[in-house]
Ligand binder design. Structure first.
Ligand SMILES: C[S@@+](CC[C@H](N)C(=O)[O-])C[C@H]1O[C@@H](n2cnc3c(N)ncnc32)[C@H](O)[C@@H]1O
Length: 442
């Protein structure tokens, strides 16, 4: 358990501070819908629980502007608090939305039986080599580069048929989303049906399956697990007698939030790493199969990748100069100059990251009510031999927009539970430690 107060702290009485252990090393993080789908760099639900319990009151409105897979939102739902969750990534939004929406098990069972019967009937037709024309429409494969490299033909046909029946069997949209999530879990998983490994770590490597993966069996298994999780979520909400709670998820950019000024009571979020976690690359094998539910195609999805905060894409000038927006921030400028001495490209990338985070913090401050709190879960980076203490930079940036740091916690990341960037070496051991910063709006 670690705590530090080495940053300027205002409005905080150290003597009344009771240390808390925010590492949650032995805690069960798999309850309710928290493990409905894998996602890189989730934080533990207990951390969100702690933030919500400490900094909200009944009736408050919560915001996570970079909600990822929706950990904050599920916990808000479990505490009966209304919440808004935004993320730039459509896969993240689908996961977050589905995790927060209560669905009764009987509904899942009925729809599952229908999908499974239609899917199995089509697989029989394929097996017997019959009805080629009849199948042609349902088994149309999406076109994308290297499709046959990443998916063997039988797996591709099965995915196309399964996707067709998920999309065309009559059911409510939340239920359909639930099955699309089961579908996505077949691809974006440690044990993917694609010829790939290390998928959720964002850098794919080819893997030849010894046996052709059985898509139908895996789908059944996945739905079974997800049903148990959804039933647990239902039970927990029922036990607390929570009733209806509004959780709204939308695909939006955190640098421009669709919320009114002074409309939110608490913000809890974990920004992306400064570099090295490439969500579009991690998700690209699932996107082309799920165009209808995600509302995008692979080309548009990839074209949006430079807009992800922390992206490593982009063309920059040969020269490096500190941008005027950051010029008055001493620590920020010092880090950027140090980086520029090692790699101009990285100095440009990190400068863009800081400017993006400056905009995000500006938006957070705009929508937050005065006197209310923001909790940021932040991981420092080590880039080109330069320590980038993102936590310190965010404190500097926050101060500029009226957010004053009041508490800083340090926590160890349980590596067995949190999916971290694949390129561990570039970050050294620092990736084991992250910071929980609490700010108060003036
Ligand atoms: C560290 S993850 C959040 C994980 C989340 N706390 C969870 O438990 O799943 C950071 C998220 O920021 C999102 N993101 C990146 N750029 C964004 C932007 N411009 N606007 C909104 N979200 C963005 C990424 O897609 C990613 O889901």
């Amino acid at each position: 358990m670690l705590h530090s107060f080495d940053l300027p702290i205002s409005d905080f009485n150290k003597t009344s501070f009771t240390p808390v252990d925010l590492s949650f090393e032995k805690s069960n993080t798999l309850y309710a819908t928290h493990s409905l789908h894998a996602y890189a760099a989730k934080f533990p639900p207990q951390l969100a629980q702690y933030g919500l319990k400490t900094y909200t009151s009944p009736g408050d409105v919560v915001l996570d502007p970079m909600a990822g897979s929706g950990t904050t939102l599920v916990e808000a739902r479990l505490q009966g608090l209304a919440a808004f969750g935004y993320d730039i990534d459509p896969v993240a939004c689908l996961i977050a939305q589905t995790k927060c929406h209560l669905i009764q098990d009987a509904e899942i069972e009925t729809a599952y039986q229908e999908i499974a019967a239609l899917f199995q009937a089509d697989l029989k037709l394929v097996e017997n080599g019959n009805a080629v024309e009849e199948l042609a429409q349902r088994a149309t494969l999406p076109e994308f580069a290297n499709r046959d490299y990443w998916f063997s033909p039988p797996v591709a046909t099965s995915l196309a048929l399964l996707g067709y029946h998920i999309q065309h069997t009559p059911m409510s949209q939340p239920l359909r989303n639930f099955f699309w999530l089961a579908f996505s879990s077949l691809i974006l998983a440690k044990n993917s049906v694609a010829n790939a490994r290390d998928i959720i770590h964002s850098r794919h490597h080819f893997r030849q399956h010894v046996q052709v993966p059985d898509v139908a069996a895996k789908f059944t298994q996945r739905v079974g697990k997800m049903r148990k999780q959804m039933a647990d979520f239902n039970q927990r909400c029922q036990d607390k007698d929570l009733g209806a709670v509004s959780i709204q998820v939308a695909q939006k950019d955190a640098r421009s939030l669709p919320l009114a000024d002074d409309s939110v009571d608490f913000v809890l979020t974990s920004p992306p790493y400064a570099t090295a976690l490439n969500y579009p690359r991690a998700h690209f094998l699932a996107v082309p199969w799920m165009g209808e539910v995600l509302g995008t195609n692979l080309n548009d999805y990839k074209a949006n990748a430079p807009n992800y905060i922390g992206s490593e894409q982009g063309r920059f000038n040969r020269e490096f100069a500190i941008r005027p927006e950051l010029a008055s921030l001493s620590q920020t400028c010092a880090i950027l100059q140090q980086l520029a001495g090692q790699s101009l490209r990285h100095a440009h990338l990190i400068q863009r990251y800081f400017i993006d985070m400056q905009q995000v913090l500006g938006e957070i401050s705009r929508v937050l009510k005065s006197g209310k709190y923001v909790m940021l879960v932040v991981c420092p980076s080590h880039i080109r031999k330069v320590d980038v203490p993102t936590q310190r930079i965010l404190v500097e940036l926050g101060r500029e927009v009226g957010l004053d740091l009041i508490v800083q916690h340090e926590r160890f990341i349980d590596k067995s539970k949190r999916v971290l960037p694949y390129i561990q070496g570039a970050f050294g051991n620092r990736m084991n430690l992250e910071f929980v910063l609490v700010f108060k709006k003036q």
